[in-house]
Design a protein around this ligand. Structure first.
Ligand SMILES: Cc1ncc(COP(=O)(O)O)c(C=O)c1O
Length: 393
């Protein structure tokens, strides 16, 4: 495999897969690897889910693209099933998480503009990740990712995640805030959950209501059943004005969505936003098939049961060494002692255990397995990780 013509934007692992099925990835020589990462929270239904494969194959042979200059029946159908599941009013289909977030952040600016703001600010969180387009990158916390790109730092107020007092303080200090934009669980930033769990979202929404700000959730990673609900906010009584998603939405087929409700509905009109590819017949039919599977199976319940099982099995075995777990459903963080050297863990898990994992926040093993993993596979994820980690203690 030669990467000569590829820009070196990723530190790629020295392996590639030629085939995937369910929770398993296979190399050219058919060596199976247990996938507890699913392409970074993307293939929630497992690799090559038959219903999704069928949707892709049928639509690829029927009609792939017409552009949004025309009505797209599958986009209407995908919009209905998605908005109904997400409890939102309408959707704009994009092609990725960053694009969905770009739409959300543009909406917030338009919302402010219509009220006469000169240069509005959006509250975002430390350790957040929202994407790589300029506006979504500006909202992202990681200074290394932002370095050199002249990000629009003055348009954002960055506060610690999970702390409602700092939001109240920001409301007193600034009169130009138009929205809060937050991940219900921070994925890239360390699998961080708020101390009071999803109640934090209710507190944030209350502040938004009090100050007439938009309450905007980035569910690019937490959405589409990942945490055991269609969207993570549904674990709470909170309701966002703007909701973005991508990743699991297409189970590997690229598509993103920005949904709106109530006062955020109707802000975008003809010409104010768009995408040549957004919501093609092919991508939309895939979304419809993913939501059809989620709605007509026990997959989301399975994500909760198996996610808890994986966490409990690991903490039962390694809790005595200071290992703890956090997350929801199949979005799992296994927190290792801070002084532990984790630099080789991803490579060792792959080579010694044939297990695909990821490390985030320096010392947190991030597990994002398929939502429909069997008990035998969940047991193997836990046991392979325990076998990998135990000798280090
Ligand atoms: C919470 C969150 N938002 C946005 C993004 C960006 O999504 P994409 O890589 O599809 O642009 C990601 C990707 O990791 C994410 O986790």
């Amino acid at each position: 495999m030669s990467a000569t013509y590829l820009m070196p934007t990723y530190n790629r692992q020295p392996i590639s897969f030629t085939r995937g099925s369910g929770s398993w990835l296979y190399t050219k020589d058919e060596t199976p690897y247990l996938d507890a990462l699913t392409g970074i929270a993307v293939c929630g239904l497992g690799h090559c889910h038959p219903q999704v494969t069928d949707a892709i194959q049928q639509q690829a042979a029927t009609l792939v693209h017409t552009s949004n200059l025309f009505g797209i029946d599958w986009q209407e159908r995908a919009g209905e099933i998605l908005c109904t599941s997400a409890q939102m009013d309408s959707v704009f289909f994009a092609n990725s998480g960053a694009e969905a977030n770009e739409a959300a952040l543009k909406l917030a600016r338009l919302y402010a503009h219509k009220q006469g703001f000169k240069r509005p600010k959006v509250i975002v969180m430390e350790q957040s990740f929202h994407g790589r387009t300029l506006l979504s990158l500006s909202a992202t916390a990681n200074p290394k990712a932002r370095e050199g790109f002249y990000t629009l730092d003055d348009d954002f107020i960055r506060v610690p995640f999970g702390d409602i007092a700092v939001i109240k303080q920001a409301a007193q200090d600034h009169d130009d805030i138009c929205a809060i934009f937050v991940e219900p669980i921070q994925g890239e930033g360390g699998l961080n959950t708020a101390a009071n769990g999803f109640t934090y979202l209710e507190e944030l929404q209350a502040e938004c209501e009090a100050h007439n700000w938009l309450f905007m959730l980035d569910e690019v990673q937490t959405g589409n059943g990942r945490t055991g609900k269609y969207f993570a906010y549904q674990h709470s009584k909170a309701r966002p004005d703007v909701l973005t998603t991508a990743k699991g939405l297409g189970n590997g087929f690229p598509i993103g969505a920005c949904m709106v409700r109530g006062r955020a509905n109707g802000l975008f009109g003809a010409g104010s936003h768009g995408s040549t590819y957004g919501g093609t017949p092919l991508a939309s039919r895939v979304v419809h098939s993913v939501y059809d599977v989620l709605a007509n199976s026990d997959i989301m319940d399975n994500a909760v049961t198996e996610g808890l099982f994986i966490r409990e099995t690991i903490v039962d075995a390694l809790g005595q060494y200071g290992v703890s777990s956090r997350g929801a459903g199949m979005m799992i963080g296994i927190s290792l002692p801070e002084n532990m050297d984790c630099s080789q863990l991803v490579d060792r898990a792959r080579d010694e255990q044939k297990l695909i994992i990821n490390i985030t926040g320096g010392h947190v093993v991030r597990l994002l397995p398929p939502l429909n993993m069997s008990r035998d596979e969940s047991t193997q994820v836990a046991e392979r990780l325990i076998d990998l980690l135990k000798p280090s203690f």
